[in-house]
Design a protein around this ligand. Structure first.
Ligand SMILES: C[S@@+](CC[C@H](N)C(=O)[O-])C[C@H]1O[C@@H](n2cnc3c(N)ncnc32)[C@H](O)[C@@H]1O
Length: 241
């Protein structure tokens, strides 16, 4: 595995952007990375279609340069070329047609601006501890689909590279990385992940898939206990419009 975290950090530390859009921002984790690494930024807007998440973010972020707006990522309410940088992290697999999302992201990006795409991947060959992350993710995505929420399993690097290759950008660089964890067998961490599993399956109590997914939950908890947990491999694309 090619670990290029240092290269990604170096790149972000050398970048300044006045106006930044983080699409499908969730809890704003990627915005925190931007805040901590970018050389300079003027304003960061995080958009998402989940009102409760945005409400939480407004309480958790004190920087007045960060704004959260409820918006559909496929119908961005911004003019063409409005942003200097657009970012999408761990969200492509939440959209049935990621190329539509990417085209909308490029529309609101100015010529010469950067589109940053960060995605965890499900490539084979990852450690047993990383398999815990992948298993939990895929199981949660299955539950979300039972709830009528579009949430696919994650892509492979090859699938993502093929999607990016179809975009009309001036240049494209891909960085492979794995976020390092000091101790994949850290007991409080394992207990914390295990503790998230049971409440999640209860969201679909009464659904035809409930019993099967509850059974799978036991297998995942056992895997977590025996193998520990580590973040899955990721890929980070830097595309210049
Ligand atoms: C995995 S989470 C985001 C993770 C976050 N970007 C990060 O890096 O930590 C995926 C997000 O996509 C959002 N989402 C899904 N469909 C969307 C849409 N059509 N418009 C805006 N947000 C959407 C969900 O509400 C969810 O918060």
């Amino acid at each position: 595995m090619n670990n290029q975290i240092k290269d990604i950090e170096k790149l972000l530390q050398s970048e300044s952007a006045e106006l930044i859009l983080d699409i499908a921002t969730g809890r704003g984790e990627f915005i925190k990375l931007l805040q901590n690494t970018l050389k300079k930024y003027g304003k960061i807007i995080g958009i998402d279609n989940s009102a409760p998440l945005l409400e939480l973010n407004r309480k958790n972020f004190s920087d007045h340069r960060i704004e959260f707006i409820l918006m559909d990522a496929l119908k961005l309410d911004f003019d063409d070329g409005y942003f200097d940088m657009v970012t999408i992290s761990n969200s492509l697999h939440h959209f049935p047609q990621p190329s539509l999302l990417l085209r909308e992201a490029l529309r609101v990006l100015r010529k010469g601006g950067l589109l940053l795409i960060n995605e965890m991947v499900s490539d084979p060959g990852q450690s047993e501890a990383q398999q815990s992350h992948i298993m939990i993710h895929h199981w949660c995505s299955h539950i979300d689909r039972c709830r009528g929420i579009y949430h696919d399993c994650t892509y492979t690097k090859q699938e993502l590279s093929a999607i990016m290759a179809g975009l009309p950008t001036e240049s494209r660089i891909a960085y492979d990385y794995t976020y390092p964890l000091a101790d994949p067998r850290n007991e409080p961490m394992i207990q914390a992940y295990s503790g998230l599993i049971d409440p999640y399956v209860e969201k679909i109590k009464g659904h035809i898939e409930y019993d099967r997914l509850k059974g799978e939950a036991e297998e995942i908890k056992l895997h977590l206990q025996e193998q520990g947990y580590a973040p899955a491999d990721s890929i980070f694309f830097v595309l210049k419009k």
